[in-house]
Ligand binder design. Structure first.
Ligand code: FAD
Length: 451
């Protein structure tokens, strides 16, 4: 039966015997994105990643997840291969030895490719690029001089963007709170920042060499108090708690850690008052774009597997895919996936072209990136669910892959503010939505007035 073996279903319908069909399928694969929107060098990189996913990830995608119950060594092996291919340095500036692939669209297309394979195995490297973006965009020479070369070597060097705290992630992401939900404090003593506070859930917790810590210098300053400060480890005052155990995305590592009087040079702050808040918002907008793409890749993987299954499985005397009910389900999945992909490609292109579409941290861009993240992660829940339904028992069977993709995507739907905060951010693009909009009637009633 299709798709049970490790490599069946890899790369969608590739590798079947019918030469005519194979050519057509490849053409469809190659027309997934609008290549004209991507710079030629970036195209090469994306193609390299697609081949890597087909060759190195698809055949062992189930084992990759299973290895996370042990020592993660298989995940590390794949990551080490990616480092040697240049993935780790790709997103850093050329003057530090990187490839300067800073376009959000390129990053998204790469994660789309990983999504259909093993989305989480790339988190250690992708999360690193995300954590270093504020220093790159701020042009922070001290941070880049001290650490960029480590990302450009042949060894895995891991970074973490540490934002979420025990009191919740949304209170930090919520732009209406202007940083007041950030409890990790940074105070300047002489030429050093001193950090106190704790974080939960950041990707690459406990395995990182450097942390970009979202903290606050003074909550009464609003956005001006938000600071992004780089902390290399090991360092005195930094302690790690434990790794999270979660439904999906098991090949990435999240956990909790604490800062007790951790000291770093003052130049390790990404930029400065006001600018750090913009860098934070920019990173969150960027993250919603790439999360959308990851979810689309996951949906694509589920569709590819379901289609391979439906071609081979015979019910009532003919292949399952020749039943109109099955064709209907497959069409619904294909529509959802392509609309999702179009929506993130569109939003990422706008983000990459502020000269035409305005600031990257505008309410419109926040809305646009969140819209695609909410749509794509919801969409991938629907698609993975339909794929499981189409496959019957096999859909929930762990020796196939669809149930894993379903679990992985559920995690994407939950992170970055979840769907609820996400919808508030979508509304912000259309009118001035304020969570704390004054309501005079309510205030009068609270004050004991007659209303
Ligand atoms: C696999 C994984 C990887 C992660 N990686 C990182 C990382 O790299 N770095 C990092 O800093 N964090 C990371 N996170 C944390 C993630 O970003 C947070 O989970 C996310 O911000 C949501 O926060 P929360 O889960 O604490 O929910 P909470 O903030 O506690 O919110 C709880 C619920 O309330 C809703 N809600 C919150 N505010 C509002 C509101 N104003 N109005 C209406 N509803 C609201 C939310 O949508 C949610 O449903 C990761 C999480 C996971 C699962």
């Amino acid at each position: 039966m299709a798709a049970r073996s490790a490599d069946a279903g890899s790369g969608g319908a590739r590798g079947r015997g019918d030469a005519g069909m194979r050519a057509a399928d490849l053409e469809i694969l190659d027309n997934r994105y609008m290549w004209e929107l991507v710079a030629p060098g970036d195209r090469l990189f994306i193609s390299m990643i697609r081949d890597f996913v087909d060759r190195e990830v698809m055949p062992i995608r189930r084992q990759l997840e299973e290895s996370t119950r042990g020592d993660f060594s298989l995940v590390r092996e794949v990551q080490q291969k990616l480092v040697r291919m240049g993935f780790q340095k790709a997103f850093l500036p050329a003057e530090y030895g990187g490839w300067n692939l800073t376009a959000a669209l390129t990053y998204c297309l790469v994660l789309d490719e990983f999504g259909r394979g093993e989305p989480a195995c790339v988190a250690a490297l992708g999360g690193g690029a995300w954590a270093m973006r504020p220093a790159v965009f701020a042009g922070n020479r001290r941070v880049l001089d001290d650490f960029a070369h480590r990302f450009c070597g042949d060894e895995l060097y891991v970074a973490c963007f540490a934002m979420t705290e025990p009191s919740g992630g949304c209170n930090i992401e919520n732009v209406d709170l202007h940083g007041r939900g950030i409890h990790t404090r940074a105070r300047l003593e002489g030429d050093e920042w001193v950090l106190d506070g704790s974080k939960v859930w950041p990707t690459n917790s406990g395995i990182s060499d450097i942390y970009c810590v979202v903290c606050n210098t003074d909550p009464s300053l609003g956005d001006e108090g938000i600071a992004l400060i780089y902390v290399p480890v090991p360092i005195e005052g930094f302690s790690f708690g434990r790794f999270e155990d979660k439904a999906g995305f098991r090949a990435s590592r999240e956990g909790d850690f604490q800062f007790d009087g951790v000291r770093v040079p003052r130049e390790y702050r990404a930029a400065g008052p006001g600018e750090d808040a913009e860098l934070l918002h920019d990173n969150l907008i960027f993250a919603r774009l790439f999360s959308a793409a990851w979810a689309v890749g996951i949906a694509q993987g589920a569709f590819d597997d379901a289609l391979a299954f439906a071609r081979e499985k015979v019910v009532a005397g003919r292949p399952l895919c020749q039943h109109s009910l099955a064709a209907n389900l497959l069409a619904d999945m294909a529509i959802d996936i392509q609309v999702g992909r179009d929506s993130y490609v569109n939003a990422a292109y706008m983000y990459d072209h502020p000269e035409s579409y305005g600031s990257r941290v505008s309410p419109q861009m926040l809305s646009r990136s969140t819209l695609t993240k909410v749509f794509c992660s919801d969409m991938a829940v629907r698609v993975t669910n339909l794929a499981m339904e189409l496959m019957g028992d096999a859909g929930g069977d762990a020796s196939y892959h669809v149930e894993k993709l379903w679990r992985d995507n559920k995690i994407i739907q939950l992170w970055e503010g979840g769907v609820q905060l996400g919808k508030l951010d979508v509304a912000r693009g259309y009118y001035r939505y304020e969570q704390f909009h004054p309501n005079s009637l309510y205030e009068r009633m609270r004050g004991g007035g007659s209303g």
